[in-house]
Design a protein around this ligand. Structure first.
Ligand SMILES: CSC[C@H]1O[C@H](OP(=O)(O)O)[C@H](O)[C@@H]1O
Length: 349
C-alpha cells in the first residue's frame, strides 16, 4: 500500500501474518528498506531506535503493536489476557517519553479493551484492531485539515522553512503535519519551495524531509541548522512550519531540538512561525511546557556520524555558505580588543 506521498506505507499491519511492516527510517535516504515487526520487542525497539519516529507514527505503530501482541496471547482467561496486555502497554509507552501520541494511542487501545471486558478474547482483538485502523483514518483526516489551513497561508512561488521531519514519514498518514500545507498548496496549483534544516544530531531534515520532498517533486534546499539565521535574513521566507510532539494547556510546544532557536530567530526577523499538529498532540493535563518530559538520547548520536558514505540525494539543492554576518546591534558592549571595548567610530589604536 502507498502512503500517497510517493512512498510505501510508513506503517502497515497484516492481520493474516500478524505482522507490522514499517519503512526503516534509520536507513534513509541511502536505502528504502521495509522491515517486518513480529513481536512486541520488535515494536518497542523500532520506536526506541527511531526506525519509526514522529509523534503520530509512533502512536500508530504502538497501537498496532498491542493488536499484534494480543494475537500472540494464547488464552481464553480474560484476567490473564488483561494482565499481559497491561504489561505490554506499559512497556511500549516506556520507549519514548516526549510525544504524547505514544501514551495516548496506547491508552486509547487499552480503553477499547476495557469497554469489551466481558467479551470473548477474540472479539476484543477484532474490535481493537478496528479502532486501531480508525487511528490511521483519524491521522489522515487531521492531515487534510491541517494542510488546508496551512495552504491558505501560502501563495504560488512562496518559500518556507521547516525543521526535522513532520511529513508523511512522521505520521504514517498521507501528508504529515508541517509538510501538509506544502503538499496541499501543490494540490491547489501553488508551488511552494522549502528550505529544510538538516536537524542535528539525528539529521531528520537531511535524511528524511529532503528525501521525502524531493521524492514528491517539491523544490527543497538543504541547509545546516546554523544557516537558518542567515537564510531568514537574506531570503524571502514566507513562514516557518514545524510539527509538534506535545503541546501543553498554555500552548507551549515541545518539538525537535532546535525548534526553539528557530522560533527566536523567526521573531527577530518578523517571520511567521507556524506549528502544525493534530489535537491528539495537545496535552491539557500539563499546564506549561516546563512539565513536558524531555527525552535524553544516547550521546553517541552526537559523536557517531550516521553514515560514512555521501548522503547526497538527487533533486535536492544544497546551500553551504562557510560564514554569516552578525549585525553590530546584536553585539554587547562593543568588540572586546586588547585595548578594551572598541565601538564603531572610536579609534582602535
Ligand atoms: C509530526 S511528527 C512530530 C515531531 O516528531 C519528530 O521527532 P522524532 O523525529 O524524534 O520522532 C519531530 O520533533 C517532529 O516535528
Amino acid at each position: 500500500m502507498n502512503s500517497g506521498a510517493g512512498l510505501p506505507a510508513v506503517i502497515d499491519y497484516d492481520r493474516e501474518n500478524n505482522t507490522i511492516t514499517i519503512i526503516d527510517q534509520t536507513r534513509l535516504p541511502m536505502d528504502l528498506v521495509l522491515k517486518d515487526l513480529k513481536t512486541i520487542d520488535d515494536v518497542y525497539l523500532a520506536i526506541k531506535n527511531l526506525e519509526v519516529r514522529g509523534a503520530p507514527a509512533i502512536g500508530l505503530v504502538a497501537a498496532y503493536g498491542l493488536v499484534l501482541y494480543a494475537h500472540t496471547i494464547r488464552t481464553d482467561d480474560r484476567l490473564f489476557f488483561w494482565g499481559q496486555m497491561r504489561g505490554a502497554a506499559t512497556y511500549l509507552k516506556s520507549a519514548r517519553p516526549t510525544a504524547v501520541n505514544l501514551s495516548r494511542d496506547v491508552d486509547m487501545v487499552m480503553s477499547a479493551f476495557q469497554r469489551l471486558a466481558g467479551a470473548p478474547v477474540d472479539k476484543i482483538i477484532n474490535d481493537i484492531e478496528f479502532c486501531t485502523g480508525l487511528l490511521k483514518s483519524a491521522i489522515k483526516a487531521a492531515e487534510e485539515a491541517i494542510g488546508r489551513t496551512g495552504a491558505s497561508l501560502l501563495e504560488d512561488g512562496d518559500l518556507v522553512m521547516t525543521h526535522c521531519n513532520a511529513g508523511v514519514l512522521a505520521t504514517g498518514g498521507a501528508k504529515g503535519t508541517a509538510l501538509a500545507p506544502i503538499y496541499r498548496a501543490r494540490e491547489e496549483g501553488k508551488t511552494v519551495s522549502v528550505i529544510a534544516c538538516e536537524t542535528r544530531p539525528v539529521l531528520q531534515g537531511m535524511r528524511l524531509t529532503a528525501f521525502e520532498l524531493a521524492k514528491n517533486q517539491v523544490p527543497v534546499r538543504l541547509i545546516t541548522d546554523s544557516m537558518a539565521g542567515i537564510c531568514m535574513k537574506t531570503e524571502p521566507i514566507k513562514g516557518i512550519f514545524v510539527g509538534a510532539d506535545r503541546i501543553t494547556a498554555n500552548g507551549d510546544v515541545a518539538n525537535k531540538i532546535g525548534t526553539y532557536s528557530l522560533a527566536v530567530l523567526a521573531q527577530a526577523h518578523g517571520i511567521p512561525f507556524y506549528v502544525c499538529a493534530p489535537t491528539s498532540t495537545i496535552d491539557l493535563s500539563l499546564e506549561t511546557g516546563s512539565l513536558i518530559p524531555i527525552e535524553e538520547r544516547d550521546p553517541g548520536e552526537l559523536t557517531q556520524l550516521w553514515f560514512e558514505e555521501n548522503m547526497q540525494v538527487p533533486d535536492v539543492t544544497y546551500y553551504n555558505p562557510a560564514f554569516d554576518v552578525t549585525p553590530y546591534e546584536l553585539v554587547t558592549g562593543g568588540i572586546i580588543t586588547e585595548h578594551g571595548f572598541w565601538k564603531p567610530g572610536a579609534s582602535h589604536g
